[in-house]
Design a protein around this ligand. Structure first.
Ligand code: ZN
Length: 145
C-alpha cells in the first residue's frame, strides 16, 4: 500500500504530489521542498538534498534512518536511495505529473463515447509523448523509466 501526499514549496507558489512507497517513511521526512523559484532559500545540509530539474527536496535523513532500520533495510539513508527506491518520491515522474495526467484524461474524455479504441490509443500515445518530453528535460525518474 502506498500513500500520496501533496506539499507546497517553501515560497508557496508551487506544489507537488509525492508517493510514499510501502508506507515506509512518514511525510515529515521531507522537511523542505523548493521549487525553481525559491531554491535559493535552500540553506540546509547539501548532503540531505536531492535536486531534480531545478526543484530541491530536503530530507531528514536521521528520521529516515530510524524507519529504514525498523524494516531491516541497511542501505545508507541518502536522498538518492530514498527517492530512487520510491520511499518518498514524485507521484509520477515530476511534480506536475498528477495534474498533467488529470488534464489529459479530461481533455480526451469526450472521445470515450465516440470511439473507445481511439480514446485508448490517443491516451497512450499522448502519455508516452509526455514522458518522452520529461525524459528529454532530464527529470530523474523519467530518465530511468
Ligand atoms: Zn517555491
Amino acid at each position: 500500500m502506498c500513500m500520496n501526499i501533496r506539499r507546497s514549496c517553501r515560497c508557496g507558489r508551487n506544489s507537488a504530489y509525492f508517493l510514499l512507497g510501502d508506507n515506509l517513511l512518514p511525510p515529515e521526512v521531507l522537511v523542505n521542498l523548493y521549487c525553481p523559484g525559491c531554491r535559493d532559500l535552500a540553506d540546509g545540509n547539501p548532503a540531505a538534498m536531492l535536486e531534480d530539474c531545478g526543484w530541491i527536496l530536503e530530507f531528514d535523513l536521521a528520521m529516515a534512518r530510524i524507519f529504514l532500520d525498523k524494516r531491516g533495510i541497511s542501505q545508507p539513508s541518502t536522498p538518492e536511495f530514498i527517492f530512487d527506491k520510491g520511499y518518498l518520491t514524485w507521484q509520477g515522474f515530476s511534480p506536475g505529473d498528477h495534474e498533467a495526467n488529470t488534464r489529459l484524461h479530461q481533455r480526451l474524455a469526450p472521445l470515450i463515447e465516440e470511439n473507445l479504441n481511439l480514446y485508448l490509443q490517443t491516451l497512450k500515445s499522448e502519455w508516452l509523448a509526455h514522458v518522452a518530453a520529461l525524459k528529454a528535460a532530464g527529470w530523474r525518474k523519467a530518465l530511468t523509466a
